[in-house]
Design a binder for this molecule. Structure first.
Ligand SMILES: *Cc1c(COP(=O)(O)O)cnc(C)c1O
Ligand SMILES: [Zn+2]
Length: 562
């Protein structure tokens, strides 16, 4: 079968056929090449080819470097959901916030795309043994796919990888080699081993398949956003110049940079096919203790600021030397029509984001993936991301259970029953145990006519525990309601029909029974100085809707309760 693609050298432009066995340009011996397809023909056939294919990774076969579909090794990769994130969106003031749920890959990270495609290419080339170096998730994913394809895998892991991840690699029958040293050392050892034994090694961004695999993220995002935004943005009068939609921002936690490189290539190809009219802004978020790209970008350098000894507990993101991948990204992201943001966040910020995303949207992430969300919070606060931007965050993985360090103290309440060995449960014992669960609850009344903000405030307080919350949407009935509830605190909106927050406050202050109840105002209204003056001394705190974070609301409420 004639291949539908060729490999092009990034340095001299020489075209050559693809084989996983040849890793260098035949002319200039550069190791940096990329796949090229017949875009002119595909512009006519690509969308048609999708019609009959289900929404999974292989639907894009015509733009993937596999010639014979019989070589596909599948565990159900790709085709992950794109969730709208209404609660986080409300908190951040981003109505068009979406989460690409890559946890739903077969081994629970977006590396499944890379492993699925590479293993299919190995099978197509008749290769039966392979080597990977990994910070954890690549090895887990390759281990699963190699097991299925009957390929022997050697996985070189840095000793910083948590034991639970190493065991996950081993369970698939992979040979695990633990290298005491950094990830960059581990890569060198693995490369040397592969070279000596003449075994195929996945070279990350230098290999063809990883970047080709990651570009399917772009295809999926564009396809999924199209119907969602079609209805969501209807009425804004925005003209759709292209059939598929592109987000304004793609945000990812970055280690080696494979994801953003692939996503950029994906959107470039969609542009070549006339399916989208632009590329998204790319937000690259690294951990502070290992941020070679962010640091170099901020200093305007075209070489990465190599980190010799990464200082982070998030070992998944510990690529200290991204090498030329940084330059390739930088070349693309400094073009006039492109937008980019490079940020770094601390391990603690990532852990906090883990809590917030889980409590707000029901999505539990491994810390590496939370880094992207911690980055999102920063970029919104800085004003880099705007309220009307369409934002997609990659929830890149959750390959291991949350560990105790992240959860912190006090996450469990034990109920021990006397004599649980007996068949009949002693009733008094059970009641006594449950009584101990009755904490002192603080009563809070929320007065707000916007059901979305009520939901957000209730969610934030519920997730922290210790509050009994009641709500009222009609401000004219609020006074009576508050009197009946006798709460410890009132959270109120300002803009309400009939009786606004200013009016309600005045009535409360006139009533001796209510005058001393602390009030926190949460409002979408931009206050003029006169309005601010009216609130001075009347309320404990003022929070602007769409700009506060769960921590802010929680701590303001606690302060007001003191
Ligand atoms: C590998 C990985 C990353 C970083 O991906 P790159 O695009 O290669 O930098 C982020 N999150 C998770 C969960 C990963 O496994
Ligand atoms: Zn070349």
């Amino acid at each position: 079968m004639a291949a539908h693609f060729v490999v092009e050298c990034i340095d001299c432009g020489t075209l050559s056929p693809y084989s996983p066995r040849t890793t260098l340009c035949p002319k200039c011996h550069s190791a940096w090449r990329q796949a090229r397809y017949d875009y002119e023909t595909l512009a006519k056939t690509f969308v048609l080819s999708l019609r009959e294919r289900p929404f999974h990774f292989w639907r894009y076969l015509d733009l993937l470097p596999i010639s014979n579909a019989a070589n596909i090794v599948t565990l159900g990769e790709g085709g992950t959901p794109l969730h709208h994130a209404p609660n986080l969106g409300l908190m951040l003031g981003l109505p068009n916030l979406f989460i690409k749920d890559e946890r739903q890959g077969p081994t629970a990270s977006f590396k499944d795309r890379q492993a699925a495609l590479t293993v299919a290419a190995l099978k197509e080339a008749g290769i039966q043994e392979a080597v990977v170096a990994s910070t954890g998730n690549v090895a887990i994913s390759y281990a699963a796919y190699c097991a299925r394809a009957g390929i022997k895998l050697w996985a070189f892991l840095t000793s910083m990888v948590p034991a639970a991840k190493m065991q996950e690699v081993a369970i698939y029958g992979t040979q695990v080699i633990k290298v005491t040293g950094t990830y960059d050392h581990t890569k060198q050892v693995a490369a040397e081993f592969a070279k000596r034994k003449g075994i195929f090694i996945d070279q990350g961004t230098r290999s063809i398949t990883p970047v080709e695999a990651m570009k399917t993220l772009a295809f999926e995002m564009a396809e999924q956003l199209t119907p969602l935004l079609g209805s969501r943005l209807s009425g804004t009068g925005k003209l759709k110049s292209s059939p598929w939609r592109c987000p304004d921002w793609y945000i990812q936690a970055v280690s080696g940079g494979m994801g953003p490189l692939g996503v950029l290539k994906g959107f470039e190809e969609l542009q070549l096919l006339g399916l989208v009219s632009k590329k998204p802004g790319i937000a690259i978020v690294q951990v502070e203790g290992c941020a070679p790209m962010t640091s170099a970008w901020k200093r305007g350098m075209d070489q990465p600021d190599v980190v010799v000894s990464p200082i982070t507990n998030i070992s998944t993101l510990s690529t200290g030397d991204p090498g030329r991948t940084y330059q390739l990204l930088r070349n693309q992201l400094t073009k006039p029509d492109s937008r980019a943001a490079f940020e770094s966040v601390s391990d603690e910020e990532a852990f906090r984001a883990t809590h917030i995303v889980a409590k707000m949207e029901g999505i539990s992430l491994e810390p590496a993936a939370s880094v992207a969300f911690a980055g999102l919070f920063k970029l919104v606060r800085q004003g880099t991301i705007h309220p009307d931007d369409i934002v997609v965050v990659n929830a890149s993985g959750h390959t291991l259970p949350i560990d105790r360090d992240i959860l912190g103290e006090g996450w469990e309440t034990e109920v021990s029953l006397p004599g649980t060995t007996e068949i009949e449960m002693p009733r008094e014992g059970l009641l006594a145990a449950l009584n101990r669960l009755d904490f002192r609850l603080r009563k809070i009344v929320i007065v707000d006519d916007d059901p979305n903000s009520v939901r957000l405030i209730r969610r934030i307080l519920q997730a922290r525990g210790g509050f009994e919350i009641s709500e009222i949407s009609e401000s004219t009935k609020a006074l009576e309601f508050i009197r009946a509830q006798n709460p410890d605190l009132v959270v109120m909106d300002l803009m309400m029909p009939d009786l606004d927050g200013f009016g309600l406050l005045e009535l409360m202050k006139k009533d001796p029974a209510l005058a001393s109840i602390p009030v926190v105002v949460v409002t979408a209204k931009m206050l003029v100085p006169e309005e601010r003056r009216r609130l001075t001394g009347q309320i404990q705190r003022l929070l602007q809707k769409g700009t506060f974070f769960d921590d802010d609301l929680f701590s303001e409420i606690n302060k007001a309760l003191e």
